[in-house]
Write a protein that binds this ligand. Structure first.
Ligand SMILES: Cc1cc2nc3c(=O)[nH]c(=O)nc-3n(C[C@H](O)[C@H](O)[C@H](O)COP(=O)(O)OP(=O)(O)OC[C@H]3O[C@@H](n4cnc5c(N)ncnc54)[C@H](O)[C@@H]3O)c2cc1C
Ligand code: FES
Length: 322
């Protein structure tokens, strides 16, 4: 596999060209960042020019990104794509070394070194689903959007339920209102919509719409588990998008194994969407915590080197886009 990734469009062509010329020189990054919007101190959106990926992407898929040639491979959901503009959108939460580095360096005019994808099985947007609740919590709000839009395009009645900690962290409200037949906001502090968690939003939506035939929930694992427990008594099919630690993203390393019912699945090739009522969330939580000491050490090394290089001022959030 190319170190710039299979199915990486222009990047693949360039890396092949560079291997052929054998010089190892002139490896130019090839995925320009066009716009960036900061939603909060830790969450930001980047729109990247990648016409091949934009053409191929489907709701529910993800990419593996390498920011630079020494960068870690990190999986990120394709939060949106625009086939006409030839762009894909990623929404990133800076939680550790690599995502903080992205927060610092991903600016319009700069480029991403490598992108592998689109990966994963696209979400099953069945025309049999007549009424669906699309639930997004925190960072799950961005990836639930293309699914909600696809259900709408397939003719379903779409109920959006979005959860934020507070109204000042809200984003994409208008985008969702434009595609949802019903729309419920929940905030932890009660500053907008229902004062409470998305599970209360789901309960309210089911009360109003007892004929809901599917719920799709994307967000932190703890939120997704709570959603599955909310819908279980109603027997409503509930799909979740799992985010175990991934390395290669192509089914070879086994890093992303998850337990679903009696089966062991690899989220990168068998998912990332699974029937939430079958997922062993306790196993997922344990696996996600496995490398905490190494992650903390990497973050400390990175912070120390940033301080030495005095990079911190460049990390200020960009307001409102370009
Ligand atoms: C299919 C999938 C889609 C994802 N989509 C998004 C997204 O759209 N936006 C977003 O901000 N994040 C997304 N993530 C999570 C993102 O990959 C991690 O936050 C990122 O890799 C953390 O790297 P780090 O070096 O910044 O933090 P670290 O300090 O290395 O890790 C922080 C936490 O992130 C998780 N993590 C670390 N490495 C990985 C890895 N290689 N794969 C998966 N999780 C990891 C672990 O829970 C870890 O405790 C997704 C993960 C998966 C599997
Ligand atoms: S990430 Fe390696 S098998 Fe899924």
């Amino acid at each position: 596999m190319s170190d710039r990734g299979v199915a990486s469009g222009r990047g693949e062509d360039l890396s092949v060209a560079n291997r052929q010329n054998g010089s190892g020189k002139g490896v130019t990054a090839s995925f320009p960042i066009l716009t960036r919007t900061d939603f909060s101190k830790s969450t930001f959106l980047i729109e990247i020019e990648h016409p091949v990926m934009a053409k191929a992407a489907k709701p529910g898929q993800f990419v593996i990104v390498m920011l630079h040639d020494l960068g870690e491979r990190i999986p990120l959901t394709i939060a949106d794509f625009d086939r006409e503009k030839g762009t894909i959108t990623l929404v990133v939460q800076a939680v550790g070394k690599s995502t903080r580095e992205m927060q610092l360096l991903c600016r319009p005019g700069r480029e991403i070194y490598a992108m592998l994808g689109p990966l994963g099985i696209p979400s099953d947007i069945s025309s049999k689903t007549k009424k669906v609740i699309c639930v997004g919590g925190g960072l799950g709000i961005a990836p639930i959007y293309p699914q909600a839009r696809a259900f709408k395009e397939a003719g379903a009645h779409v109920i959006g339920v979005l959860g934020f900690r507070s109204s000042n962290l809200m984003f994409w409200e208008e985008k969702f209102r434009a595609i949802c037949d019903d729309f419920i906001i929940c905030t932890d502090d009660g500053s907008a919509g229902i004062h409470g968690l998305v599970t209360q939003g789901i309960e309210a939506a089911i009360r109003e719409n007892p004929d809901v035939d599917e719920v799709v929930a994307i967000g932190p694992p703890v939120m997704m588990r709570a959603c599955t427990e909310t819908t279980r008594p109603y027997g409503i099919k509930t799909m979740v998008s799992l985010n175990p630690i991934m390395v290669d993203g192509t089914g070879m390393c086994g890093g992303c194994r998850v337990k679903v019912g009696d089966a062991i699945k690899f989220a990168c090739v068998d998912g990332p969407d699974f029937d939430g009522h079958q997922v062993d969330f306790d196993d997922l939580f344990t696996r996600l915590q496995r490398y905490r000491p190494e992650e903390a050490a990497a973050m400390k090394r990175y912070s120390d080197s940033c301080r030495r290089l005095a990079l911190a001022p460049d990390a200020a959030p960009i307001e409102g886009g370009k």
